[in-house]
Design a protein around this ligand. Structure first.
Ligand code: ADP
Ligand code: MG
Length: 581
């Protein structure tokens, strides 16, 4: 029990740091009742901090049982609890030194406690999890204190014996939580989940509620733009649909139907901002984000040019054929893809992974993969590239894959679009009819392929050998650029096994950790034979009912769920992926 913790810390006081290993195991606390499980103990004061879990019986929390009613409610409640714990830690740490009450909240490398801190998205996380309806578990790290290499027993007791109990009480006990805020969080997430589920039956791929605040505070911030500057979203009447919330109330907004949608308009009129909101509409957002009623087809994938990426035996023949030197494009491999080949591979791989909506912005595209106008068609006969404009209709007709594309200056796309939205000073207008009239006046002869072509179906094997040097942490072998940040300028990432910086729909570093853990799973699963990518993805699926994967193991409270599509994208980008047929 808890006295044992006190006794153990007293006993090792002043010993060599390694004696902290004796803490491994479990300690039970009463009032409130919970179990501290010390799972991994750091070897020295500057090593990565020690990993602990605190497990509390659900009844003890006093939280209403209706939060257990569904997976989505559990995920939402746990997400808020992680945020509360992160706030408690941050506040106590920041106020250190002011009075005695804050002793022991700071450690050698910052805070004594550290919990994975969430961004704007509500996601399944290993930092807080509910097991069945019995227990709730909080996972975080603790920096165990030392003077030089000697254990500071009393300080460790202050941290583990006293402050930890306060942190647990503040973040898990209902009476200490802001219950209105918790309820609003859970209900908002449940509502978003329900809105998203209405898309498919209504023939929609995205919905943006009236009043949504889409722009962000800056290019590097995920927080909403100040409400005095942001123009709230307003659907044009022709595109307005009304979705039903769980309580029967209605929410109005713009519905984007399946098929091909063109987002157009002058520069700086908000096209990319709208597309970015749609990209992240695959996730639920925290109340106050501004995008909490923007929902998107959960299989939607942002496609961008990603020159330099590695491509392993992908069939890109619908878009690229007859390369000089007869290079095969049905099993196309390269260590250094061009803008157009990377984009072709990205589309084909997304479809291989189950994507039904592709999202494209001209700002991040290779123009030659989007379009080839009539003059170039007649001038250049030996063109290996068939642009997307010639495939988009067949892609939809044969495979049911819709396109939303942002284009300001390529008028040929008007001929293939079912739906044309003009962004005019951040307000959308439907101009499909005007666009048709323009096409009649200025006809363009864009070649349309009647068939799409073949899709990749790869059997893969993956070996991480060589990417796991004893000194390399997980982050070293995977380069990542978190959402809205410029590429990390780190030469070590030049040798990264997987570069995820081209995946615009990854929002948290914890998702990278999940992918790293799942790549180890993929390595194991394919150790004896190659497996179809689709079968691999099935295996990695979790039971969260959210079509996301979250690799849960005893260790690590810092993982965040990713979609199977991002896992597939990571596998596809792995340098040295073996593909068999
Ligand atoms: P485009 O892609 O059409 O060139 P962007 O989406 O990049 O335009 O937006 C241009 C600028 O306008 C950005 O700085 C963005 O933050 C801002 N912006 C976008 N939408 C809104 C809005 N609804 N209200 C206020 N500012 C906005
Ligand atoms: Mg733009």
């Amino acid at each position: 029990d808890w006295n044992q913790l006190h006794a153990d810390l007293h006993q090792i006081d002043g010993s060599q740091y390694g004696a902290y290993h004796q803490l491994r195991g479990q300690y039970h606390h009463v009032e409130p009742t919970f179990t501290l499980s010390v799972d991994r103990v750091q070897g020295d004061p500057y090593a990565p901090p020690s990993q602990v879990r605190c497990i509390m019986p659900w009844q003890e929390t006093g939280l209403p049982n209706d939060y257990l009613a569904s997976d989505i409610r559990k995920v939402a409640a746990c997400d808020l609890i992680t945020r509360v714990a992160a706030d408690v830690i941050r506040e106590r740490h920041m106020n250190r030194g002011i009075g005695d009450g804050n002793v022991g909240w700071s450690g050698p490398k910052g805070g004594a406690f550290n919990i994975n801190s969430p961004g704007q998205e509500v996601l399944p996380r290993t930092s807080a999890m509910i097991a069945g309806s019995e227990t709730i578990e909080l996972r975080f790290t603790v920096s165990l204190p030392a003077a030089g290499r000697r254990i500071l027993g009393p300080q460790a007791w202050q941290i583990l014996g006293i402050n930890l109990v306060e942190m647990i009480s503040q973040s898990l006990l209902h009476r200490n939580l802001h219950s209105d805020k918790l309820r609003e969080h859970v209900m908002s997430v449940e509502r978003q989940h329900a809105l998203r589920a209405q898309l498919l039956p209504r023939g929609l791929i995205a919905f943006i509620a009236n009043g949504s605040i889409l722009p962000r505070a800056s290019g590097a911030a995920a927080l909403p733009m100040d409400s005095s500057n942001a123009v709230p979203f307003k659907s044009p009447k022709e595109a307005e649909v009304s979705l039903t919330c769980l309580d029967g109330s209605k929410v109005q907004g713009m519905g984007i139907p399946r098929g091909i949608t063109l987002l157009t308009g002058g520069g700086f009129h908000g096209k990319s901002t709208l597309l970015e909101a749609i990209e992240l509409g695959i996730y639920n957002h925290i109340p106050g984000d501004g995008r909490e009623s923007v929902v998107t087809d959960p299989t939607a994938v942002k496609i961008r040019a990603e020159d330099g990426r590695s491509v392993s035996a992908v069939d890109i023949s619908p878009f690229i054929a007859n390369l000089p030197g007869n290079k095969d494009t049905k099993t196309f491999s390269t260590d250094d893809a061009s803008g157009s080949t990377s984009m072709a591979a990205n589309i084909q791989e997304a479809m291989e992974g189950g994507c039904k909506t592709v999202l494209i912005d001209e700002d991040s595209s290779a123009t030659n993969l989007l379009v080839r106008d009539q003059r170039m068609q007649s001038l250049i006969q030996k063109e290996p590239i068939t642009p997307l404009i010639s495939k988009a209709k067949a892609m939809y007709n044969e495979h049911g894959v819709s396109t939303i594309i942002v284009i300001g200056g390529l008028g040929d796309w008007l001929t293939v679009s079912d739906n044309v939205i003009l962004m005019d000073s951040y307000i959308p207008r439907i101009i499909t009819d005007q666009a048709k009239a323009v096409v009649e006046r200025y006809p363009s002869l864009v070649a349309q392929d009647t068939t799409y072509g073949t899709l990749p179906e790869r059997k893969v094997r993956l070996s991480l050998r060589g990417f796991k040097s004893p000194h390399a942490t997980r982050m070293n072998f995977i380069g990542i650029r978190p959402q809205n940040q410029s590429p990390v300028d780190d030469p070590a990432q030049g040798e990264a096994g997987v570069d995820l910086s081209g995946l615009d729909q990854m929002v948290e570093i914890g998702q990278t950790r999940s992918i790293a853990a799942m790549l180890e799973g993929v390595e194991k699963a394919t150790a004896s034979q190659a497996l179809p990518l689709s079968a691999l993805l099935e295996r990695m699926d979790s039971n969260l009912g959210l079509e996301t994967c979250l690799p849960v193991s005893l260790f690590g409270g810092d993982r965040v769920a990713v979609r199977r599509l991002e896992l597939a994208a990571a596998i596809s980008r792995f340098r040295g992926l073996q593909v068999h047929d």
